[in-house]
Design a protein around this ligand. Structure first.
Ligand code: LR7
Ligand code: MN
Length: 583
């Protein structure tokens, strides 16, 4: 009897304490929030400031500001948890509609406003670097189609807030015939009121897609260097000087920043590992590890076989000389590989400079299609394959046989550009710029080669169980593999090895593998092939298991279910992506 009574009293105590906390939270948070959330102030000044503190600003001779002594604090990546809270129906609607229309958390984006600090993700050495004062000026071109208003304006203001004014010749916004209401008069009047000096808005009369959109934007510029950005970016400290410096040295250098990650769900800004651009024979862009030969110093430029596409700087005249973009490409896709091949094959260089950092909201799906519902990626890829890839286009057709006889329009002007510029062959590009690319001979029958690599004991750097940081669930699986969790410790029941090639090997037999053709598939177990790429997982300082070929991190798919699965996700700092090897 007395035991039951005791538990009953514990129960009462627990319930009343819980209720007091809930009531306290409700009154405190909701009152404040009603005041501050109702209308997001136009200048974006907001009580939900990210918790990054900055050291005193030091004004440099070149006009840029540096903040000393904030490296440690700024890398704390959490934002206030209140930022994502839903207090009323309106919040819920903003959030739901936001996901629907933009595929990211627009509620948080709105609350962040148009100005925020982002953590300085650069290597320490970058902060002490001095760039030439006399640099070419930049015309920044930002195309948008149905972009979230707050994300677009945060992009623009991040540029204005974190760039020495004299380097910005102008900012050209290209509205690609958006349908959203707030991108009409509201945007006009915001620009008129707040941005008139540097910002110019150009409206397309019909939807052109981002490729022709960028050419239209470029045609309105008069600065020396073109800088392209997506409409949901935030530039970091002193981002522009490192992009302009290599162009000043050689006008045929085309320069990309490191693209940091802004989480689509939390808007948290986190550093991206330093990787470079590659592609696979499906003509999908992918991230590759940087070969040791390219790693001269942490702040030096890295030659990159391809670019992701959205963020780069290029001498304006050189952009025209090299043939801009392919006008026959529609809406989205492929132009990034096309310009990458063209740059390398026709005498230029494509560089990534790790001291320049720009964040980009990585979303899990593209929230728009093409007007006629066409697969523009396939159309655009076909065009680039026919113009630039010589016989190597066969590699693409082996994977996409249905496209072999598909019409791709007239490419004669693009072929003429290749001729005029006397460009190298695609073989030259592969041999000299992307020697890592594996070429198979598709016409000869493939004799399967059985390398029993897995049966030999791999050389193991660390052997042990993979443990996940914090978990509230019991077990989850990769394929048929069981993972078992108890309290805050999850382990795979089978033993994994992490070897010198950064493969994750199960029981010395199978490797964790990502499909490169269908990168939305979850990882699977495959025979180890030993050539990196799809089976290469980087276990970094931030505890990510980073998959270089798809540029994403291994994550627990549904942390709240009892039996969950692992999946690939855009890297962020949530604990579902924190992995540790225990020996
Ligand atoms: O019809 C359109 N009209 C547009 O103006 C479709 C899009 N756009 C705008 C859009 O609003 C955005 O600002 O074009 C920009 C790029 O579109 P996204 O953000 O939907 O593209 P993405 O980030 O998914 O895709 C990447 O690949 C594209 C291939 O065509 C472009 O090159 C994007 O610029 C590119 N983005 C990046 O490189 C950022 C880093 C992503 C990675 C890896
Ligand atoms: Mn984008």
């Amino acid at each position: 009897g007395s035991v039951t009574l005791r538990y009953f009293c514990y129960g009462c105590l627990f319930t009343s304490v819980t209720w007091s906390i809930l009531l306290f939270l409700y009154f405190n948070l909701s009152q404040e929030s009603r005041l501050s959330f109702k209308n997001v102030p136009i200048q974006g000044q907001h009580r939900f400031q990210p918790r990054f503190t900055r050291g005193p600003a030091i004004l440099r001779r070149d006009g840029s500001q540096v903040h000393k002594g904030h490296a440690v604090e700024t890398l704390k990546l959490d934002l206030s948890p209140e930022l994502g809270m839903i207090f009323n129906k309106q919040d819920q609607e903003v959030r739901d509609m936001g996901y629907h229309k933009h595929a990211f958390n627009v509620l948080i984006s709105n609350r962040l406003g148009y100005h925020r600090d982002v953590p300085d993700t650069r290597n320490d050495k970058c902060r002490d670097r001095i760039y030439p004062v006399a640099l070419p000026t930049a015309s920044i071109v930002i195309c948008f189609y149905n972009e979230a208003f707050s994300a677009l304006l945060r992009t623009v203001h991040s540029v204005l807030d974190r760039t020495p004014n004299y380097l910005i010749h102008e900012i050209i916004l290209v509205d690609d015939h958006s349908e959203l209401d707030d991108l009409k008069e509201d945007l006009d009047s915001y620009i008129k009121q707040h941005l008139q000096k540097k910002v110019k808005l150009v409206r397309n009369e019909k939807r052109e897609g981002l490729i022709r959109g960028r050419m239209i934007g470029a045609s309105h510029t008069t600065g020396e260097v073109l800088v392209f950005l997506d409409s949901h970016c935030e530039v970091n400290e002193a981002w522009l000087q490192p992009l302009l410096t290599p162009i000043k040295e050689n006008r045929k250098n085309v320069v990309c920043p490191v693209i940091d990650i802004i989480s689509a769900d939390t808007l948290v800004y986190s550093p991206s590992p330093i990787v470079r651009g590659g592609f696979n024979w499906g003509l999908h862009f992918k991230w590759d590890p940087v070969p040791v030969s390219e790693l001269n110093s942490p702040d030096g430029a890295i030659r990159s076989p391809t670019m992701a596409g959205g963020l780069f700087a290029m001498d304006r005249n050189y952009f025209y000389e090299l043939g801009q973009y392919d006008r026959g490409m529609d809406i989205w896709g492929g132009e990034n590989l096309e310009i990458s091949f063209r740059i390398w094959m026709c005498g230029g260089q494509l560089l990534i400079v790790p001291c320049s950092r720009v964040g980009h909201i990585f979303r899990k799906r593209r929230p728009y299609g093409s007007p006629g519902g066409q697969d523009t990626m396939a159309h655009n890829s076909l065009r680039l394959a026919h113009v630039w890839m010589d016989d190597y286009k066969e590699q693409y057709f082996v994977l996409r046989p249905e496209l072999r006889n598909r019409d791709y329009g007239d490419i004669s002007d693009r072929v003429a550009i290749r001729k005029r510029l006397q460009c190298h062959s695609f073989k030259w590009y592969l041999d000299n710029i992307y020697p890592e690319m594996q070429v198979s001979s598709p016409h000869k029958p493939q004799h399967p080669v059985f390398i029993n690599k897995g049966l030999k004991r791999p050389k193991v750097l660390q052997r042990g169980r993979v443990k996940i940081g914090k978990a509230y669930f019991l077990s989850f699986m990769i394929g048929t593999l069981q993972m078992f969790c108890k309290f805050d410790l999850c382990v795979f029941l089978e033993e994994w090895a992490y070897d010198e090639e950064h493969e994750l090997i199960l029981a010395g037999l199978l490797c964790l593998d990502m499909s490169e053709i269908r990168s939305s598939d979850p990882p699977r177990l495959m025979k180890c092939h030993g050539s990196g790429g799809s089976q290469q997982w980087t276990l970094g300082k931030n505890k990510w298991l980073y998959q270089v070929s798809v540029g994403q991190c291994l994550a627990v798919a549904d942390p709240h279910s009892i039996k969950g699965y692992v999946t690939m996700a855009i890297c962020d700092d949530s604990w579902s992506q924190q992995w540790k090897l225990e020996s």
